[in-house]
Design a protein around this ligand. Structure first.
Ligand SMILES: Nc1ncnc2c1ncn2[C@@H]1O[C@H](COP(=O)(O)OP(=O)(O)OP(=O)(O)O)[C@@H](O)[C@H]1O
Ligand SMILES: [Mg+2]
Length: 354
């Protein structure tokens, strides 16, 4: 049965209706969703800035695809670093562009009176007040009249379909582009947490260093990311990928065949960092929650969770079941979308206004 608010929204009486837009402002990718439509945009969080004309001229995927190929007067900007806004103006310009591309067509349907715009955005579990304020400010500047912030692990739990309001603890690990967030959630809140500011993007750098030292080749960031996505897997599969870069010795183009075993060798340090920090989190967590977590297992999300067999590898190291979910990088935005359908729950989870 529809309640009053849902009914008003359904018949689109502009004076009463609200229009909810959800944001997962990730270090690598920005995801936007609209209540009724679901996910409407997934784009890399990149811009290209023309320093001569002082304009942002490339956005999202287009900006990411030209990294390392631009003339001096075009600067590539990543407005989100380690999950928080590091360049406010660039983040505003990028979100404004993404809104035009994906949301405004739905808003244009309200011909005469526009509905009230409400933003629901996810923030890292380690967010500071200043960082929180930056997210709110950028969304107000875009034109939202209300902004609700939800901590990412809580949104993710909802997105996976957990009833996070029960006092049944769950341990979630989100390995994204800029952050590894480990959180134990229970009773609608975070019981304990640990955050590392090295995740998928750092893995690209580590791979670049490895290729430089082992094969004497200089590789670009996008090439290293392709290598990681194509080759990293923890099953026995041994694939190879031929990459082109610049020879360290001659400065000329050079090709090298990189193997899965190379990528694993390069990234073991990063992976063991996850193992060690989950152990630390377990160590600092109340004993009451641990028994249930051992029984229920750990949930792995974030883009890096797509690496084949990473869940089993972590499970064998931690001696606890680890399960990655389908579309592990979309759990946060899906959770925010679900919350827009249940406003009382959204209010329960929203961070207090500063
Ligand atoms: N198959 C894969 N194997 C390994 N890594 C992958 C794979 N697919 C994507 N990634 C990595 O996942 C990361 C992006 O994940 P995600 O979209 O969850 O990050 P984000 O939400 O933007 O970042 P954060 O939450 O840390 O701010 C990138 O570093 C990307 O290279
Ligand atoms: Mg993320």
């Amino acid at each position: 049965m529809l309640n009053f608010r849902q009914l008003f929204n359904k018949i689109k009486l502009p004076f009463f209706s609200t229009f909810d837009v959800c944001f997962d402002l990730g270090t690598s990718n920005t995801r936007i969703g609209i209540g009724e439509k679901g996910i409407v945009l997934i784009e890399p969080s990149y811009l290209g800035y023309n320093t001569s004309s002082k304009e942002y001229i490339f956005f999202g995927g287009e900006a990411k695809s030209i990294v390392g190929k631009t003339p001096d007067f075009i600067k590539i900007i990543r407005p989100v670093i380690n999950g928080v806004i590091s360049d406010f103006d660039a983040q505003f310009a990028m979100l404004q562009y993404f809104m035009k591309k994906s949301v405004n067509i739905y808003l244009d349907r309200y011909k005469i009176v526009k509905p009230q715009l409400r933003a629901v955005a996810a923030v890292p579990n380690s967010v500071t007040e200043i960082e929180q304020k930056a997210v709110e400010e950028v969304l107000y500047k875009i034109g939202f009249s209300q902004v609700y912030l939800i901590e990412k692990p809580l949104a993710s739990g909802i997105g996976i379909g957990l009833n996070i309001f029960y006092h049944h603890p769950h341990l979630l690990i989100d390995v994204g582009g800029g952050l590894i967030e480990m959180s134990i959630i229970s009773g609608g809140g975070i019981v304990s947490k640990k955050t590392l500011k090295v995740a998928g993007d750092n893995m690209n750098l580590v791979l670049a260093n490895y290729a430089y030292l082992k094969y004497g080749i200089v590789l670009g960031d996008n090439t290293c990311e392709h290598l990681k996505i194509y080759l990293l897997n923890f099953k026995q599969e041994n694939k190879t990928f031929t990459v082109r870069g610049k020879s360290l010795e001659t400065g000329l183009p050079k090709s090298v065949r990189i193997k899965t075993s190379d990528v694993k060798e390069a990234l073991y340090g990063n992976i063991y960092q996850i193992v060690d920090n989950v152990k630390d989190l377990i160590d600092i967590s109340p004993p009451e929650v641990l028994d249930e977590i051992y029984n229920r297992g750990i949930i792995l999300t974030g883009g890096v969770a797509k690496a084949i067999g990473l869940d089993q590898f972590l499970a064998s190291e931690l001696k606890i079941d680890v399960n990655s979910v389908t579309d592990p990088d979309d759990t946060v935005i899906k959770g925010l979308l679900k919350l827009t359908q249940n406003f009382p729950d959204l209010l329960k989870l929203a961070m207090p206004k500063i």
